[in-house]
Design a protein around this ligand. Sequence first.
Ligand code: 13P
Ligand code: SF4
Length: 424
Amino acid sequence: MTLSVNDRIQLTPAKTCSPSLAADPWKFDPVPGYGPGSSQADPVPEPAVHPGQLPAAYRQMPEDELHRRILAAKAQLGDELVILGHFYQRDEVVQHADFLGDSFQLAKAALSRPEARSIVFCGVHFMAETADILSRGDQRVILPNLAAGCSMADMADEDSVESAWEEICEVYGADPQNVRPGADGKLPVLPVTYMNSSAALKAFCGRHGGIVCTSSNAEAVLEWAFERAHRVLFFPDQHLGRNTAKAMGVPLEQMPIWNPRRPLGGNTEQQLVEARVLLWHGFCSVHRRFTVAQIDQARAEHPGCRVIVHPECPMPVVDAADAAGSTDAIRKYVAASSPGEVIAIGTEINLVNRLAAEYPDRTIFCLDPVICPCSTMYRIHPGYLAWVLDELVEGRAPNQITVNAEVAEPARVALDRMLAAVPK
Ligand code: 13P
Ligand code: SF4
């Protein structure tokens, strides 16, 4: 029998990146409130139930009883309900998802079930916000645990991006509230936000001629941006920005880091003038753990093995790998491999272990020797899922993610540009 990541963590907490993961989410994060990655403009839903306030019955319920309740509630809600799950969710949750995907696929999935009154999003906060922005007004999006945010999304907040924008525009002689194209028809700079950002930052991009990207379409989005602007301010993930722009031929010296704590982001005016991509100083703490040494070791232990990593990994890791791609691209890479092949993967452990279980005739393993799930994705425990579904059956909708119209409208502009810029 294959053990789930949750089972492994419970059995061997010392082998995880943080032994505290063995605790249930309501113990792990006792501070009430939104998790990281919440939009500053997003009102706290009412009734908001925070970690620690999940009804005790659900905290104490055995896993098989939670499973049974989830199935019963799904059967009762029928087509009124759709459960979306990201590939990084734990198996105990994934088995209940109607649709499993990467963040781009899940954004589109939110559009594909207009008959579903409730979209229960088993993912993180920025994904639920995006679903709310793209879904119909009579649909409601529910995030089972409000503390499921994204620490990378939190690295770029609206105020820091606004002040960076003002400084940057001043260097380029542009009005930050109304950047105009020059004589060649191109803007001096345009903002691009990774999907892993608050709705407020997507709205910022919508207002300033910018666009959203995901790891599956970053190159197409940057092409779109370079058709319209000389430069791009890319946030929050420096690694996705650098890996993508480098693959498109942008020299590294034209990709300075923007450190929001330093004047001019830590650059000279000259560097900013020569820049093509300004990379926000953000990163994913899961993908930052992958190293070239791990790849070397995998190749030494498994001569002929292939290595694929997520583009949130640092550039030397992406360069040393055979391929890089979104979570769905990784899934497809494995699906296209042949029995007997060895594939080392640099991404979150739940996805890697699921692929290993799905393809037992291949050797599939994670480059990171330590069990390291995305701790915020991991906060969607089946207890939260069972609870929100039972509440929906009772006619209540807890933890609804509602992006107010002032933010949602410009954010939708930036998301629609992405949807139009990349193949459907
Ligand atoms: P994908 O778009 O590849 O699913 O990535 C989302 C994410 O958060 C990766 O860390
Ligand atoms: Fe955010 Fe990293 Fe988790 Fe993805 S894996 S949701 S980028 S913290």
